[in-house]
Design a protein. Sequence first.
Length: 368
Amino acid sequence: MSKILFNNSNNLFFQSLKSSVDQYFIDHKIQKTGDWRLFLKSIVLISAAVAIYGSLMFLNPAPVLAIVLAMLFGFTSACIGFSIMHDANHGSYSPNQKLNDFIGFITLNGLGVSSYFWKQKHNIIHHTYTNVDGIDDDIAKSPIIRQCESQKWVPAHKVQHIYLLFVYSLSTIFWIYIMDFTKYFSRKIYTTEAWKMGLKNHIIFLVTKIYYVTVFIVIPIMVWGWQGWLVGYLLMNAVMGLTLSLVFQLAHVVENTEFEHIGLDETKHLETAWAEFQIRTTSNFAMGNKLISWLVGGLNFQVEHHLFPKVSHIHYPALSKIVQEKCTEFHLPYNYYPTLMGAIASHFRTMKMLGHKPSHQVLQAQAA
């Protein structure tokens, strides 16, 4: 198994930062988990999703309205994932861990995705080995898209910036039907051994998939027929996949973030401390836009999230000021794009650049 070892012997930056952040919560007499703002958001988003699904199944809306509702359901589901599921599965939704587990389960498994695999893939692997080609499953090697220079180039990548949005629109379908099952049968998350599954985990995984097929395929086909269902289902997933993929990509695959590469079964020692590595591999966007922050669950503050994943996203705007000050003090970069469109443009420039054919020497090294 591949492994990255960080040099945390000189970690004054994070020690100083953590002390300041802890003091912030002490001074304001607040918990690091969510509060009424997150609970209210949960009620709004989950009620909206239930109302939209109920309208589609029981109120027989006109076809055009049904299409709009299906797309809106996809967007609302993505927002639930950003704001509620993400905090809950990180243990930052509530100080009550049982509530975190319950909320995290219903908001992720309820959409057909295994929370068992997601927690290891995201909380452990991605948050430890961010942007490490060879370990981070979020940038796993793919013949379809090339996300960093160490990944193998194929001619199709020349136009990847053109077909990128189409690939992103299919991401949730791949996630539910292919990626989850690949992890289940291979017992691996990319190159990392997956947690051992007990009988309960096997049952939950299979019941999750059966539930999803029943609620999002069987029942809608009974109501709308297979053609009506197919149109709505594809559009729902297209909107959800695009939204989820873009928010992730804007946080990690842009011009100002860095990548690392590791070979299969290689152990690599980095001179960088873990916290500094997170600073260099993540980027924020649209930090001053309260609507975007609300919709994406504070994941436009990706730097703060990676440094403090167990702190609820509702605190990230305040923490960002502390993080920026400490980055300046310790002469570290603080990556951000002032606007959403600026971050999107940077992502597309990055993907277009990565689509260029590498030098002959690089191609030879990749083929070796």
